[in-house]
Design a protein around this ligand. Structure first.
Ligand code: GLY
Length: 364
């Protein structure tokens, strides 16, 4: 098992470790017991993940001498909202959870964000530990302390920065992850390669060629690289005031496409389309070599992610959703662009006509 520390500026008590390995639940139990982050723990999961892994995780924690209760919320994005948040906090109260209680989020991005948010507000804040079970959560949402729930007006409109006490990434969870969800996580891994590590792209291309995308050693390696990149960015810009925006490469168009599809496209599929758009715009506006844009597109396609906007989707709907973002961001849509692989920057806005043209080029 590897560990890396997320060092937060001048505040060592908030710094924490990300542990990465395969079959690490027993070690996790011992580390949590040793750190004594709380006197009792509540494992928060969803009904699907709970059925697959809940008992095993609870048993590993109890074996380490910890007192553990378990709460399962309904699976799916709909649980990332205020009603489920209140149900969760009510259930914590019913269990007698107090300020000596910590939450352990066992699941994907929805469970991680919801549990992190609940922990940041329950009794004015109790500790949270992240135990991500999807590739997307292992390489992105479990690290960096962003929490939140959606409201009718938009995604993540309520949220906090609430760093976990620790993150435990067990590759063994990925064995039961459906292909579609696995691909969704791969989109974020490709993103890290584009913004920071062309070597990661080489590694991904090699695994595609050898058919080894789901091999344990490969996964341990790419997850560790992704976590290192993310934690280094979070260390420099915990509160998302500038640099952290580079993690949104492909996400500006991606979020608009995801919403315009009525969430029929997954986050990863939408970000994949958004990354192709960002690569093409980088080529047109910022001199990204055509070969690099073509390489990004080919890799996205080769892992089974879409590189085109579905024929039935309305471009103007996507553009108008981007304009909504523009209002929220204070007049400019911030696009993350690259001049070459590994050198991202945030540009000062793209004229709508150029954007429309680029999106037209992504229609089949
Ligand atoms: N997922 C983007 C961030 O954590 O900032």
């Amino acid at each position: 098992m590897k560990a890396m520390k997320v060092n937060l500026e001048g505040k060592t008590v908030r710094s924490y470790e990300i542990h990465i390995g395969t079959e690490i639940l027993d070690r996790m139990g011992m580390i949590i017991a040793m750190n004594r982050w709380a006197e009792r723990y509540v494992l928060v999961t969803d009904e699907n993940v709970g059925a697959l892994h809940g008992e095993r995780v609870q048993a590993a924690l109890e074996k380490a001498g910890l007192q553990v209760d378990r709460i399962a919320v309904a699976p799916g994005e709909a649980s990332k909202g205020v009603p489920t948040l209140l149900t969760l906090t009510d259930r914590l109260t019913a269990l007698g959870a107090d300020r000596q209680t910590a939450l352990i989020a066992l699941g994907g991005g929805v469970v991680g964000d919801l549990t992190g948010f609940a922990a940041s507000i329950y009794l004015r804040g109790i500790p949270v530990i992240q135990l991500p079970t999807t590739l997307l959560a292992q390489v992105d949402s479990s690290i960096g302390g962003k929490t939140g729930v959606d409201t009718a007006a938009g995604k993540n409109l309520l949220g906090t920065f609430n760093q976990p006490k620790g993150v435990f990434i067990d590759i063994a969870f990925l064995r039961t992850l459906p292909d579609e969800m696995f691909r969704s996580g791969l989109a974020e891994v490709i993103k890290y390669g584009i913004i920071e590590s062309p070597g990661l792209l080489d590694d991904l291309e090699g695994a595609v060629a050898s058919g080894g995308l789901r091999e344990t050693a490969f996964l341990e390696r790419i997850i560790a690289t992704a976590c290192r990149i993310k934690k280094e960015i979070v260390e420099l810009d915990e509160q998302d005031r500038g640099l952290r925006r580079i993690l949104n490469f492909g996400h500006t168009v991606g979020h608009a496409v995801e919403a315009a599809s009525g969430y029929a496209l997954s986050h990863g599929e939408s970000v994949a389309i958004g990354m192709v758009a960002a690569a093409r715009l980088s080529e047109r506006l910022h001199g990204l070599p055509a070969g690099d844009a073509a390489r990004i597109t080919a890799l996205i396609r080769s892992v089974g992610l879409p590189d085109r906007i579905p024929a039935e989707m309305d471009l103007e709907d996507i553009i108008s959703r981007l304009s909504l973002d523009k209002k929220k961001e204070g007049g400019t849509i911030h696009f993350v662009m690259i001049r070459k692989l590994g050198t991202p920057f945030v540009n000062g806005g793209i004229p709508e006509e150029i954007l429309r043209d680029a999106l037209k080029g992504l229609k089949p």
